[in-house]
Design a protein around this ligand. Structure first.
Ligand SMILES: [Zn+2]
Length: 130
């Protein structure tokens, strides 16, 4: 990765951390992984019920892959194992979410989407299944 070696850094020591381009990848992974908590918390507070938005799974996947790349570079078996398999449930949840979204019923009267099991539109009450 030649482009990594050419990234400009302000100096070698910032915030008490000795920076190099691999550290940037590792910290980007940490920051991405950490951000998912705020995304999930915000979505839950907004709906006033526990919600796990799609963005949570994308941030989980991106953050864990960046941390896996960093751990592979560091050749730390404990760190590698911690992130080697976490992508599986993240990808699976994204697939399930997409399938669920595709299976949703669209109300012919108002266009609002309802769960596949719904018989009537929660918004206008129109019958969804003939
Ligand atoms: Zn409707």
């Amino acid at each position: 990765m030649d482009w990594l070696a050419n990234l400009p850094l302000p100096n070698d020591n910032f915030l008490g951390i000795e920076w190099n381009n691999w550290k940037v990848i590792g910290w980007l992974g940490n920051a991405t992984f950490f951000c998912r908590f705020f995304v999930q918390w915000y979505a839950t507070e907004k709906k006033k019920q526990v919600v796990v938005p799609t963005a949570f799974w994308w941030l989980s996947l991106t953050g864990s892959l960046l941390l896996l790349i960093y751990s592979l570079r560091k050749r730390d078996s404990v760190f590698i194992f911690a992130y080697a398999f976490t992508w599986i449930p993240y990808v699976r949840n994204l697939i399930i979410h997409r399938r669920h979204k595709e299976a949703q019923l669209t109300c012919p009267a108002c266009g609002v989407h309802s769960p596949p099991s719904a018989n009537y539109c929660a918004s206008c009450g129109a019958k969804l299944v003939l």
